[in-house]
Design a binder for this molecule. Structure first.
Ligand SMILES: N[C@@H](CCC[C@H](N)C(=O)O)C(=O)O
Length: 258
């Protein structure tokens, strides 16, 4: 029997997601189906797929899959998009809390932009002149010159598939400070296995490395798909009260046969 589902498409600074209201738990969590829905030629096309489900203790639960069809760790832009989706579904009015794979998140919608509280970060590992940290997903951060012209796919793919990271995978961020208050970040994403237009946990990781040791609590972040802002308080290598802010929009909705 053919199974037709309703879906919504969201994007947050060009990081795009198929969004499904799965409060009735009817969506088949099958790797091949999810990969096909995310395929840009044979499906809807997206960097990932997100299910909104019920949760006993918070407003909703976020379940995130990369475009390769595998369930993955936290997605910052996806988190901002599911907040916009929950608002669209009338699940909350101005502030919300939800549960994701990395724990509890708070969020609010301010003048149309979504502010998402990320988990605390207590460790930044230095690897030669590069950095590794987990902002809900694992990230490698490398500062480069002329990031606009940088070979992100080639170098990101090489680092992600190096012996250290091959099995678990890692997201690779190339970062250039463009002023005292702004960085430009380009990211090669694990599970998409390509550069995306924006990666929220990657932007957060890059911002924390940039802010480390500076007497600053916020940084503007330029990505290929637009602009984000990260706020954080620091104490040595520990960061808390971390917020990721930026646009999250519904692009279209439709029905598709699985
Ligand atoms: N696009 C994301 C990150 C999604 C998870 C990542 N691909 C992984 O598997 O770690 C974001 O906005 O944070």
């Amino acid at each position: 029997m053919q199974n037709t589902i309703e879906f919504f498409k969201y994007q947050g600074t060009g990081n795009d997601f198929v969004m499904i209201d799965n409060r009735d738990l009817q969506f088949p969590k099958d790797r091949a189906i999810i990969e096909k829905l995310c395929d840009r030629r044979f499906g809807i096309g997206a960097d990932g797929l997100i299910l909104l489900e019920n949760d006993d203790a918070t407003d909703f639960k976020m379940v995130y899959y990369n475009s390769d069809g595998n369930e993955s760790t936290m997605c910052g832009n996806g988190g901002r998009c599911i907040v916009a989706f929950a608002y669209f579904l009338d699940i909350f009015e101005d502030k919300t809390t939800f549960i994701a794979i990395d724990g509890l998140h708070e969020a609010e919608i301010v003048n149309g932009t979504v502010k998402l509280k990320m988990g605390d970060v207590n460790t930044i590992i230095s690897r030669d002149e590069n950095f590794e940290l987990n902002t809900g997903s694992p990230h490698f951060v490398k500062f480069v010159n002329e990031v606009e012209n940088y070979a992100v796919y080639k170098n990101g793919n090489e680092i992600r598939n190096s012996a250290t990271y091959k099995d678990e995978g890692i997201n690779v961020n190339f970062v250039e400070p463009i002023s005292e208050d702004e960085i430009f970040v380009r990211t090669y994403e694990r599970g998409v296995e390509d550069e995306t237009f924006s990666c929220g946990t990657g932007v957060t990781a890059s911002a924390l490395v940039f802010l480390k040791g500076k007497n600053k609590v916020e940084v503007d972040v330029k990505v290929l798909g637009g602009n984000l802002k990260v706020y954080a308080e620091q104490d040595g290598d520990s960061f808390r009260n971390i917020w990721l802010e930026g646009p999250a929009k519904q692009v279209f909705k439709g029905k598709i046969d699985l």
